[in-house]
Design a protein around this ligand. Structure first.
Ligand code: ADP
Length: 195
């Protein structure tokens, strides 16, 4: 099994790259943002609660996030592994992911970090806001999401650093979806060859 975390700030291109990775390597694409938005769209009481966090640019609390995830995780079979997109976003989630994978007799194989400067994240999300229809793509909320990324999510990298599975990829300026995917693929293919 191949389990990959795609890591990066909001608007760093995680979703785009995850979809390409899932297709090329036959993995399940698990986006916690999509999972949460599906629950919101269902109109359930839980969805309303989730919306109140997302809408303000806050993270959904860990326990709630993990409850939602646990409903899905048991059904993640039939492919060659999972690409985790937008998860883990806190140290507690990173610990929970280890437990989840351990129970399946698996482990995290790679963590690929799409590094993009804050100004570019902001620009991209503002541009995306014109068509995304996402209530959390407003200038104020975008700034808050970037701040929370730095304060709460970026430290998660340290949790993994000593395991030798971390690779940083420049997702800035001159890179296109294709050139970034070429670099992403090179790390995955290299990993597959060495084992
Ligand atoms: P982006 O990367 O552009 O912020 P996502 O779809 O990954 O988009 O996340 C959108 C929102 O969903 C986040 O701002 C947060 O409120 C919520 N969310 C997604 N994943 C998680 C998670 N792992 N833990 C807590 N909240 C999450």
């Amino acid at each position: 099994m191949l389990n990959i975390v795609i890591f990066g700030g909001p608007g760093s291109g995680k979703g785009t790259q995850s979809a390409l990775i899932a297709e090329k390597y036959n993995l399940i694409h698990l986006s916690t943002g999509d999972l949460l938005r599906d629950e919101v769209a269902s109109g359930s009481e839980l969805g309303k609660l989730i919306h109140s966090f997302i809408d303000k640019g806050n993270l959904v609390p860990d326990q709630l996030m993990l409850d939602i995830l646990s409903r899905t995780i048991d059904n993640l079979n039939g492919k060659k592994g999972v690409i985790f997109d937008g998860f883990p976003r806190t140290i507690a989630q990173a610990e929970a992911l280890d437990e989840i994978l351990e129970k399946r007799n698996e482990k995290l194989n790679l963590l690929l970090h799409l590094k993009v400067a804050d100004e570019i994240l902001q620009e991209r999300m503002l541009f995306r806001s014109k068509t995304s229809g996402r209530s959390d793509d407003t200038p104020e909320t975008i700034k808050k999401r970037i701040d929370i990324y730095h304060q709460v999510t970026a430290p998660v990298i340290n949790y993994y650093r000593h395991r030798g599975l971390y690779h940083a990829i420049k997702g800035n300026g001159s890179g296109t979806v294709e050139t970034i995917f070429a670099e992403v693929s090179s790390y995955i293919s290299a990993y597959q060859q060495k084992r």
